[in-house]
Design a protein around this ligand. Structure first.
Ligand SMILES: Nc1ncnc2c1ncn2[C@@H]1O[C@H](COP(=O)(O)OP(=O)(O)OP(=O)(O)O)[C@@H](O)[C@H]1O
Length: 253
């Protein structure tokens, strides 16, 4: 449903991304990993249309975008929702969780009652009690706030959700809970996920495919098991080794 062929981002003469290609099918999860400065955030920004990007081919089925020549203009992705790293920065502190989630359905012409019901169902899907509807972000834990962000993305029933380090603000136990819920919902709703993460343990458990960025280029791009069994570049082998030596892959493969 999403196909990106040779994406490049150049800012002030510096090539921040060069020939980055990947594909994502319905309900599939692609994890993008790489060290700090590799270009992960730049990829996010290119897809959000926040930096100028061009590519040879860009196909996004849900929005009928099919550009087969270089695209000097901003890309941007309709039919897509985003879940960012810091849930408290992503939520308006003056809006209750319920109202924040309801904003995702703005413009759909729902009656008040239907809107309330949809939001309560979304809260339930991320295992938050309906009583959380009226809580402000400052009145919930980080894990609960991140789950509200997930509910806000899911309630719109997008075809694709892009996550930027979705678990990094959470402690290990909450990380596991949110990760499991994310994965289960992806399967139930057939939503595709593109997840930028430093967490190789997460990729080792949940990714269908892993894409490694190194200095703005693709250093590896393979299905999960092949990637962890036989990484295609010394750089991805070193990332796996580093994660293994930190115990991040224990019990995952
Ligand atoms: N607007 C910009 N102008 C020039 N260089 C930039 C700009 N934005 C980012 N860069 C550079 O591009 C490279 C990739 O940055 P990016 O933020 O995409 O890395 P990252 O993989 O997301 O890193 P991290 O994991 O630390 O967030 C870095 O060397 C960064 O300094």
């Amino acid at each position: 449903m999403l196909e990106v062929d040779r994406l490049c981002v150049e800012i002030n003469g510096a090539l921040l991304l060069e020939d980055v290609s990947f594909q994502l099918a319905r309900s599939e999860m692609l994890c993008v990993v790489g060290e700090s400065g590799a270009g992960k955030s730049t990829l996010m920004k290119a897809l959000q249309g926040l930096v100028p990007a061009r590519c040879q081919r860009f196909h996004f089925e849900p929005a009928n975008i099919d550009a087969s020549e270089a695209m000097p203009q901003m890309i941007g992705l309709p039919e897509t929702r985003w879940v960012m790293q810091d849930p408290l920065a992503a939520l308006n502190p003056r809006l209750s969780l319920g109202r924040s989630i309801a904003e995702s359905l703005h413009g759909r012409g729902y009656t008040k009652a239907k809107l309330r019901k949809a939001v309560e169902k979304a809260l339930e899907e991320v295992e938050l009690d309906p009583a959380f509807y009226d809580r402000l972000p400052g009145q919930v834990s980080l894990g609960q706030a991140q789950r509200a962000c997930l509910a806000r993305a899911l309630v719109a029933q997008p075809q694709l959700i892009i996550f930027d380090e979705p678990l990094s603000a959470l402690d290990a136990i909450v990380q596991k809970k949110v990760a499991q819920r994310m994965d289960a919902l992806r399967r139930e709703t057939q939503t595709a996920y593109l997840v930028v993460t430093h967490d190789m343990g997460f990729a080792a458990v949940y990714a269908d495919q892993v894409l490694v960025l190194q200095k703005g280029r693709v250093a590896d791009y393979q299905p999960r098991t092949t990637f962890f069994d036989s990484p295609a570049s010394p750089y991805s082998a070193s990332l796996i080794e580093a994660a293994r030596s930190l115990g991040a892959l224990e019990g995952t493969l």
